[in-house]
Design a protein around this ligand. Structure first.
Ligand code: GCW
Length: 709
């Protein structure tokens, strides 16, 4: 009988919808202490955010403690959880001095004495800080923390922590692998799907405080009055959770919507149009966050169409938003087909001279690396190179180049690697994180954006493991110094199980998964070798077409003698865009990190690696090592059958089979291709690809998901 009960609780049906907020009952050893400390809750209930905090506690504590918490609006004379601001919960006024410099979103979470009682306190300056503190407490309970020494003080390091949805108005998500868009524009503003609230809850649990609703390849219709009312309805749902709405703005909207003959940023009529539009938006969405803009990039309109600069364009919108406190997030992802320059250098060349030319409410949003969200890139050379401009980090959470939703690839280590990279612009310790959080150059504005991996799939992100990337993004946006491993540990514990014999192996497999993807796709600094257009699967042979820098051969430059893109001082000189100390390291083939070797150097196939092997031997070895890692994940996961609920176990196991086959496909196609170029025999012990290069090259996938269109 006992065994049956245990079995039933393990077999609880799960579909992933609850994300990391499942709130299953706490460990038996803890539950009594939690009930004693938290069974009574003193919490205000006057504002929507206060009610959101209560609702979350109600849901969370009921699940975790197995009993309904009792809510009070004034101290109940018993041990309790007391939350609020000094205004909303007068008993917390004694925390006023400590809250002085905690920031608008910060909070204290502490076990302490209050009115002669031992209480747990969540105190903040504003309601939103209290809500963040509630989520923090729930995380601690979910992960089994003790309450006795509870003493947390949190302030977010980044001001803007924003998701960028690449969602089109027809419900299609560019580079989305999680179904259709979450936003049902057709039924908005009347129908407010409860899922919108759950989306806001999930974001608030991480401190994500903004969402750009529409694709950067923007449709001007998003700014039409009808669609602004729809966006306003979403903003109303999100507001209690501290999530502000932003919109991608199409630069030519004054022509498309306003009927103007030009979108020239210096034209007074254009300026008037944007001011009017900003006023209209703010009337509907009083806390509107601002605009995200992709201009003069990949065919999008922009100020250069009129001979104006990116600063002219950004300032036009910044001036329109300034009276309302909005910001412009102007993307630096630009590269022109008529510039013969190394694509990795173009954004820097375009923007670095504009440092100081932007209004105070402009941020330049820079992708983490200089090409495009590849499995591994060096940090973007603009970080540290524009000290007078706040630079916003743009990470990609959706895995356009990392196996879509079917590959288990945990991105925490990628984000961590970039944030910890040292730009050396002010000497050692000038990390990318310190550029982006504004501390290096004393900027008031700071921010991180993540291209969302969210859609209408029941799992939210298209698989049971991809929410970990949303989660890690949010946690690192709040505090970029956290460790990807600790974050994974929290996520696994809350998502799958608290059992150490589940948590340890799953965290271990997640932590190596990104390096495995690098290995089976683009080892040793290779990049941009995916199939054309949809980017699904290998395409190292991609050549020709409209532009060289959309081909693979442009990036790997392999021939009979060698491989790699020479960005040294002898080559494209991309290295010189970095601070001298970094440039020297990248420039020297003896010092460059081997994991970026072929990013910066063109070397012979016989180049001696640190392992003592030739480059060719090492390359083939890495491809196989990556595929082998996926097999190891399969066996780890197989061993967890019965310890993880069956529906999710089966789903993940199936996706791992897809990943295994695709990792092998990447390895075989890449080895066959490079062998066809260099004519070298396979290194000893390596299995020959089962097909010749031509076979892989002929594969077609016309309906692969997420393709830009
Ligand atoms: O990598 C490319 C993607 C495009 C995307 C573009 C960008 C939104 O393939 O789909 O367009 O980056 O970031 O603007």
């Amino acid at each position: 009988m006992l065994a049956l009960v245990a079995c039933v609780s393990v077999a609880r049906a799960e579909d992933g919808y609850g994300l990391w907020m499942r709130y299953v009952q706490a460990d038996a050893s803890k539950v009594e202490a939690y009930r004693a400390a938290l069974g009574d809750v003193v919490a205000p209930d006057r504002t929507p955010t206060q009610r959101a905090a209560r609702d979350e506690l109600q849901r969370g504590l009921a699940g975790l403690l197995g009993v309904q918490p009792r809510f009070h609006t004034a101290p109940a004379g018993t041990a309790a959880l007391v939350l609020g601001t000094p205004d909303s919960s007068p008993s917390l006024v004694i925390f006023q001095p400590e809250l002085e410099d905690i920031g608008e979103e910060g909070y204290l979470l502490r076990q302490t004495q209050l009115g002669g009682q031992t209480v747990v306190v969540i105190a903040a300056r504003r309601d939103i800080g209290v809500l963040y503190g509630v989520f923090h407490l729930l995380r601690l309970l979910q992960t089994g923390a003790a309450l006795s020494d509870l003493d947390v003080r949190e302030t977010p390091r980044m001001k803007l922590r924003v998701l960028n949805h690449w969602d089109n108005l027809d419900g299609y998500v560019e580079r989305g692998y999680a179904g259709g868009s979450l936003w049902d524009w057709h039924t908005l503003p009347e129908w407010l799907d409860p899922r919108y609230t759950d989306y806001a809850r999930a974001n608030a649990s991480l401190g994500i405080n903004g969402a750009v609703l529409n694709n950067v390849n923007a449709n001007a219709v998003s700014l039409s009055s009808a669609y602004l009312r729809k966006a306003a309805a979403l903003a109303d749902v999100f507001r209690p959770y501290g999530v502000r709405v932003y919109l991608s703005a199409r630069f030519s909207a004054p022509m498309e919507l306003g009927g103007l003959a030009t979108a020239d940023p210096l034209d007074p009529g254009v300026q008037r149009w944007w001011r009017g539009k900003a006023d209209e938006i703010h009337a509907l969405i009083p806390d509107f966050g601002g605009f995200l803009v992709k201009a003069n990039s990949e065919g999008q309109p922009g100020p250069q169409d009129y001979g104006r600069s990116h600063a002219d364009g950004a300032n036009l919108l910044a001036d329109a938003l300034a009276p309302h406190g909005g910001v412009v997030m102007w993307r630096a992802f630009v590269y022109a087909h008529d510039v013969p320059e190394d694509r990795a250098k173009q954004a820097y060349n375009e923007f670095v001279g504009l440092d100081g030319a932007f209004r105070d409410n402009v941020m330049v949003q820079v992708k983490n690396g200089p090409i495009d969200f590849q499995p591994r890139e060096p940090f973007h050379p603009l970080f540290g190179a524009m000290p007078r401009t706040p630079l916003m980090m743009e990470f990609q959470i959706t895995k356009e180049y990392l196996g879509f939703a079917t590959h288990l690839v945990y991105l925490g280590p990628l984000y961590e690697e970039v944030l910890r990279a040292d730009t050396h612009v002010r000497g050692p310790g000038s990390t990318v994180a310190r550029v982006v959080d504004g501390s290096l150059d004393a900027h008031a504005l700071s921010g991180v954006a993540g291209v969302a991996n969210i859609g209408d799939d029941r799992t939210w992100s298209g698989s049971h493991f991809d929410p970990a990337n949303w989660y890690a993004f949010g946690r690192l946006a709040w505090n970029p110094d956290q460790s990807a491993r600790d974050i994974a540990t929290d996520w696994v514990t809350m998502t799958f199980s608290r059992a150490p014999d589940v948590v340890a192996p799953v965290v271990a497999m997640m932590m190596g998964s990104r390096e495995a993807a690098v290995d089976y796709m683009t080892p040793l600094g290779l990049h941009h070798l995916m199939a054309r257009g949809h980017h699904y699967g290998p395409g190292p042979w991609v050549a020709g077409g409209p532009r060289a820098d959309w081909t693979s051969v442009y990036y790997h430059r392999a021939d009979r003698h060698g491989i790699g893109f020479d960005r040294t001082t002898r080559g494209s000189d991309g290295v010189s865009q970095y601070a001298p100390a970094v440039a020297r390291t990248f420039d020297d083939v003896g010092q460059v990190p081997e994991n970026l070797l072929l990013w910066f150097h063109h070397v012979p196939w016989q180049h001696r690696m640190r392992s003592g092997q030739t480059l060719w031997t090492e390359l083939v070895h890495r491809y196989g090592r990556g595929a082998g890692y996926v097999e190891a994940m399969q066996s780890t996961w197989g061993g967890l059958r019965g310890k993880v609920d069956e529906p999710r176990h089966r789903h993940v196991a199936a996706f791992l089979r897809i990943q295994r086959d695709e990792a092998q496909w990447w390895r075989d196609a890449s080895v066959a291709y490079f062998q066809s170029i260099n004519g070298l025999p396979l290194p000893a012990g390596e299995t020959p690809p089962p097909h010749p290069r031509a076979y892989y090259q002929a594969l077609q996938f016309p309906y692969a998901p997420g393709d830009g269109r």
